[in-house]
Design a protein around this ligand. Sequence first.
Ligand code: ZN
Length: 103
Amino acid sequence: MARIKKGDTVTVLSGKDRGKSGKVLQVWPARGRALVEHVNLVTHFERRSQQHQAGGVVQREGAVALSKLSLTCPKCRRPSRPGWTASVQGAKQRVCRRCQEPI
Ligand SMILES: [Zn+2]
């Protein structure tokens, strides 16, 4: 199963945004890439349109390789590799290996 999913908080391990953390906005497991809030900002030049009244330069997130990201536990605020446990219902539950909190 994928280690990182939409809505997770992740920390960037390498590249120009190393050390930054943000929320995962979108994941493409097949491409091994994800979109992370405020990470890998790229400059776009928008034309004037209905959505962009002013047009001009905008900063937008670019895709980041999943291998550069580490899941960060919202409880202990540290990057951690997730573990898996079976819940009472038998469903798999992702947990933080450090504090054993479900994430
Ligand atoms: Zn934790």
